[in-house]
Design a binder for this molecule. Sequence first.
Ligand SMILES: NC(=O)c1ccc[n+]([C@@H]2O[C@H](COP(=O)([O-])OP(=O)(O)OC[C@H]3O[C@@H](n4cnc5c(N)ncnc54)[C@H](O)[C@@H]3O)[C@@H](O)[C@H]2O)c1
Ligand SMILES: [Zn+2]
Length: 358
Amino acid sequence: VVALPYPVEIATGALDLLPDLVRQATPAHRIAVLTDSEVAPRHAARVLASLRLDKDALFEIPSGEVHKTRETWSALTDRLLAAGYGRDTTVVALGGGVVGDLAGFVAATFMRGVPVVQVPTTLMAMVDSSIGGKTGVDTPAGKNLVGAFHQPLAVVMDPTVLRTLPEEHLRAGFAEILKHGVVADARYFADAGGFAERGALSPLSHTGLEQLCRLIERSVEIKAAIVARDEREAGLRKVLNFGHTIGHAIEAASRYRVLHGQAVAVGLVLEARLAERLGVAAAGIATTIEHACRAAGLPTELPDVRADAVIEFTRLDKKARNGRAEYALPVRIGEMAGAERGWTVVVDDDTLRAVLGA
Ligand SMILES: NC(=O)c1ccc[n+]([C@@H]2O[C@H](COP(=O)([O-])OP(=O)(O)OC[C@H]3O[C@@H](n4cnc5c(N)ncnc54)[C@H](O)[C@@H]3O)[C@@H](O)[C@H]2O)c1
Ligand SMILES: [Zn+2]
């Protein structure tokens, strides 16, 4: 993919490229494959075989966001140390965003930093979390509050692994595809919406998977182009937070019962409504986004959480300044507002309350 300083392979059979990518970049390295308990039985054997590793090189954590913690980080680090891994370690992160963020953070800190190869196995991880180098863990005070920037050595995606992904997670990942369309590419948004409307997400047919592969490629391109221009989120990268200020607040208010992608879908719709009310975007954009989310089987309304709790959590948002959350808002599908003001828009409480129905 252009604009990224590391290779991103997206193809059926891409896992076969792992040995070359890893060993060319870091010859003589000792490889540790980090994965979770859902991915291990389905895809670890293939990856170990491709890298000619035995089971000793596989390190498994329990699946789920609740395990994306400092405790799991230290347990993994200790296991690597006990197994004699040293400075010449390369970490392979095989899994969804949880494994990617956690294994990436292990790699960022192990011996002050060793290379990581991301092998995303969820749609969310393919179109979003494996690209851009953000790694980290959650704490009781909130999500992703401790972490590091650690760009991968390479990213290897074989979309066929998505065949084993539970449908609700496939749909959740689709929210980020729609986000990328709104943020940067109206035609891509329309293509993605069309794909969802044809019911191509379930079941994922052979042609469906091929088309999804194209959508993944374009999403990676969009994110890569943005990250390349603003790796540390000084400005432009903030546009990728569209849907996420309200989305994160919904996740927190639901105590993480609502999946990230589901919360983001609601966030996309509600933040588009904010944009309409503030006159940032023309009327109609929220309905367009709502239709696309619905077609993808994603929620579009506040789930069973209190609007007040959501408002409260937006104030605690990492990106909040002086207790006021920042919003990345669209002007129209394919274009974001605020180029001249750091890509964020201030939203007053009354407008937020109105949109949340509080
Ligand atoms: N670093 C970033 O820039 C970034 C961006 C977006 C999201 N994230 C993070 O990503 C995480 C969410 O990622 P996610 O949605 O991939 O969640 P996840 O990693 O928890 O994966 C979802 C579920 O699917 C299972 N799974 C994964 N691959 C599978 C497969 N191929 N077949 C069957 N089951 C499979 C997992 O075990 C898990 O139960 C969050 O922690 C979020 O903060 C990070
Ligand atoms: Zn997201």
